[in-house]
Each structure stands twice: as C-alpha cells, then as structure tokens.
Write a protein that binds this ligand. Sequence first.
Ligand code: GMT
Length: 376
Amino acid sequence: MNIGIVCYPTFGGSGVVATELGKALALKGHQVHFITYQQPVKLDIFTENIYFHEVKVSNYPLFDYQPYELVLTSKLVDVIKFEKLDLLHVHYAIPHASAAYMAQKILAEEGIKIPFITTLHGTDITLVGKDSSFEPVITFSINKSDAVTAVSESLKQDTFDHFDINRDIEVIPNFVCLDEYQYNGSIEALKKSFAPNGEKILVHISNFRKVKRTEDVIRIFDIIRKQLPVKLLMVGDGPERHHLEELCRELGTCDLVKFIGKVKDTERVLAVSDLFILPSETESFGLAALEAMAARTPVISTNTGGIPEVNKNGVSGYLSNIGNIEEMAFNSLKILSNEKTLEQFKEAAYQQAKKFDIHSILPMYEALYERVIKTI
Ligand code: GMT
C-alpha cells in the first residue's frame, strides 16, 4: 500500500506511535509518506520505503498566526495526487483530521478518491477537545473520517462522552517495538555513573506539563529516599521543569535527582532503571509506562484513563488514586526493598509489555487499511 501519515513530529507520544508505525509498515514493504512540518524525531529518512514531505509555514507579515491547517491541506492534496497515495492516516484529531477532510473534498472535485483514518491519542479528546471552541470541528471531523481508532477503551469512552459521535470507533492499542528495549550494551558503566553506590534508580519520562503531575514524582521520591538509598532520573523537558528544580532545592534532594533533558534513545535510560513513576492527572494510554515495562521496569502510576489497561495492579506495578503520593511511595518501597520482589515485578512487567508488541498490533492496522481502501 501507498500510505500517507500525518503527525506531530515532536517527542509527544502520538508522534512516536505514528513514526514507529510508519517504520514498521515500511519494513513490511509498504510505501510510507510522512507529511508534517519537521522531520519526526525518531525517523531516519534514509530508510527504504520511507519518504518525508515537509509542510512549510511561511512567515507572511499580515498573519499574526500562521494558518498551518491550510498549508497542511495544500500539501496533502499535492502529495496524495503526485505520490498516488491509497490512504491517509492522521494521528491526533486537531488539526489533522479536518485538514484531511478538506483535502479529500478538494481532490473529489478532480475525481480522485482518498480515504482517511483518524487515530485519537488522548489530549486531542481529553484536554484540547473539551475546550468548547474546538468541539464542532472535532465532532465533525471524527464523524466524517472513513475510520476512527482510539488507543484505549478508556479514550473511546471519553470520546463518546464528550462529543456527539454517530459512528463506530475501533480500539487499536498503542504498541512497543519490544526488541528495541532489550538493551545489549553494557549497563554497568551507565548504572555506576548515575548510582555509584548501588542505589536503586527511579525514572520519570514526560514533557513536564501540568497534566503529568511531575511535582508528585519529586514528592514521592522525597518520601522513598528517606528510607532507601535511591536516585531519580527526570527525563524530558517542559513548562514545569524550573519549578521542579526549585522544589528539589527546597527539599534538599538536588544531589539525588538528575534532570537529563530530552533523550532520543530512552531505551538506554530504562535499561538501568528499577522503577518508573507516572502520577498523571489523565493519560489515555501511557505509552511511557509501556516502554518502561518493555525494558523490564515496573511502574508506579495513577489509575486514571487508559493506564489500567496497560499497568496491572500488583503484577507489573501498582496503581493509586490521583495525588495519593503516600500510597505511591509505600508501593514503591514494597517493590524496591526486596530483591526477589523487584525481580518478580520486573519479569511481570516485561510479560505484560509483550502483549503490546508491534508484531501483534501492526496486523490490526493493516487489516483496517485494507478494509477502508475497499469501501471508498
Ligand atoms: O501527553 C503526552 O505526553 C503527549 C500526548 C500526545 O498526543 O502526543 O500523549 C497522548 O498520546 C499518547 C500516545 O497515544 C498516549 O500514550 C498518552 O497517554 C496521551 N497523553 C495523555 O492522554 C495525557
């Protein structure tokens, strides 16, 4: 198949899922065209069957705000026509689904048919989507998509709860390329550099937005470190970072917490981690938790949104109510204090991650693509 993928190219989960999906499809011999404003961070364009079409946003002085959706639409029309795409798969509803709809209508005028699939990822529904100024466009473009998928049952339900949806939504869960998380390099040197005295290593990875409740990570860690020798790696960057660094100063934990910024190959960090902390306010799926589990790292998380579909309480980690930092610290200590327990949780986390291996999920997308192409 000749497939167009539209996504955000940044470190966000939806961009990562779209990129990994495209890479896996290309490996299977499909032609995959990424259409976005910047080369996706995890994409190597010198890969067979992968193409990148940059959406250029010009800086015309009349515009206070550049009309990205319109240049994206024009680019979609151009790529669909000249690369003879069979279908478009857009990740994240805003503004990708409405741009795809408009491109579809423009091309229909020329007798060209192109179906588009919209994959809902989370904040497009749970946060941005609830802003009423977006509501009519999101509802319309979901209803007009040729197929819609959501990354969890929970997100599917949220979509029906918040929007006036008159069609079916299929759940295709997020996935992980399991093999990539089996780190082959020597982890001893890396481990030593973070935790020279054999301390247990806790990790958090996110874009440090309010919704991730990163302050809870620092506070949970502060409780744990009073009872066990531990270190914390904070991976990623975002609006909360400065505040978190200040909080570490206040708590006297600066020597124990290391902010390492944005990291492309999180596999390396996860390879040395003993526990992953994800105390999010809302999370449609929690891809970061799945990646941790793939690297045999148990997860302490909240029980919000789609996380319970990924992290199994008492098996691959523990789940708590949002903001219950005492319980999250208590459960962390339960896992970390005993080597045998830690090993059991690590193995169970890996076994749980196996269920979401790309080799199981990719055929679901391929089957959907074939079905949608036939119906247009
Ligand atoms: O919240 C983020 O980190 C970014 C956001 C995105 O769309 O890029 O993530 C959402 O999509 C991910 C991939 O499907 C999910 O794993 C995340 O749970 C979801 N984030 C939220 O729902 C807050």
